[in-house]
Design a protein around this ligand. Structure first.
Ligand SMILES: Cc1cc2nc3c(=O)[nH]c(=O)nc-3n(C[C@H](O)[C@H](O)[C@H](O)COP(=O)(O)OP(=O)(O)OC[C@H]3O[C@@H](n4cnc5c(N)ncnc54)[C@H](O)[C@@H]3O)c2cc1C
Length: 251
């Protein structure tokens, strides 16, 4: 099957553009969604990310990657940034960037960790912490008739769930199931013992290797490696497991 091209030619994607913050939406105590208006944005696919560059008055620059959290919508790009303790860029984006402020942005980046609406077959999403961001863009891009999606989402405790209300609404709709995994504290009534992601959590998602879902795994590096290892152990073909690593530590 012919693949739709990734939006934007190479030159367009390499260009730094000015992005103006038009809306901030708190998601949790440590995560905020930033809606940016990016002049001439070439569009993006769910799963892709952008590079954000901050420049200090003395010319010092810092660049970090952030996944798009919502499907393409004209010149609007939505990111969800989780503040990392002592983080140089995430702290500024989460707390210091105000509506009307500008940053430089480049992208979209990535052609493998994407979900296309034309893609056949079920989808298994496995997220650790802020790794839910690009997976949320995929969930939000689903349309009536899209394949079934199941999300296994690992967080430290209930207050850390990003997009909690929207995930609950999605989970009540046809074609989406959500399983929350708590590593440190679970809500009352949750009979899963707290702890890191286990094989049984992935089995509980309901997709077996025979269902041949495309698996998207995203989060801190340690989480992604552990989750991908569990999926391989359960018989999922390595070429159906797509991974995106955000950084060192995990929930
Ligand atoms: C492809 C890609 C997509 C990403 N998408 C998102 C996203 O959608 N939302 C989001 O919040 N982040 C995302 N990240 C992570 C982001 O790029 C930064 O690494 C993160 O915001 C920390 O940057 P910082 O400058 O605040 O921290 P730094 O100043 O670089 O680091 C401060 C301290 O935090 C540790 N640290 C760095 N990154 C992380 C991390 N991810 N988790 C825990 N500890 C860390 C460092 O080891 C260091 O000790 C993505 C990363 C990649 C590679």
């Amino acid at each position: 099957m012919a693949r739709a091209a990734v939006p934007g030619g190479l030159t367009a994607r390499r260009a730094w553009r000015e992005a103006t913050l038009v809306e901030r939406r708190p998601e949790t105590d440590s995560a905020v969604t930033l809606v940016l208006d990016v002049d001439g944005w070439p569009g993006h696919l769910p799963g892709q990310h952008v590079d954000v560059r901050l420049t200090a008055p003395d010319g010092y620059t810092a660049t970090r990657s952030y996944s798009v959290s919502a499907p393409e919508r004209g010149d609007r790009v939505e990111l969800t940034v989780q503040r990392v303790p002592d983080g140089e860029v995430s702290g500024f984006l989460a707390d210091g960037l105000e509506v009307g402020d500008t940053v430089r942005l480049r992208g979209p980046v990535g052609g493998w960790f994407v979900w296309r609406a034309s893609q056949p077959g079920p989808v298994l999403l496995v997220a650790g912490g802020s790794g839910v961001v690009p997976l949320m863009a995929m969930l939000r891009a689903r349309e009536p008739g899209s394949p079934c999606f199941r999300l296994v989402y690992s967080v430290r405790e209930p207050d850390d769930v990003i997009y909690g209300d929207e995930l609950a609404t999605l989970a009540a709709s046809d074609g989406v199931e959500v399983l929350l995994v708590h590593t440190r504290r679970a809500p009352d009534g949750d009979d899963r013992p707290v702890g890191r992601l286990r094989e049984s959590d992935l089995v509980a998602s309901g997709w077996t290797a025979q269902d041949a879902p495309t698996c998207y795994v995203c989060g801190p590096t340690g989480f992604v490696e552990a989750a991908a290892g569990l999926l391989v152990g359960l018989g999922h073909a390595a070429d159906r497991i797509r991974t995106e690593r955000f950084g060192p530590s995990g929930p």
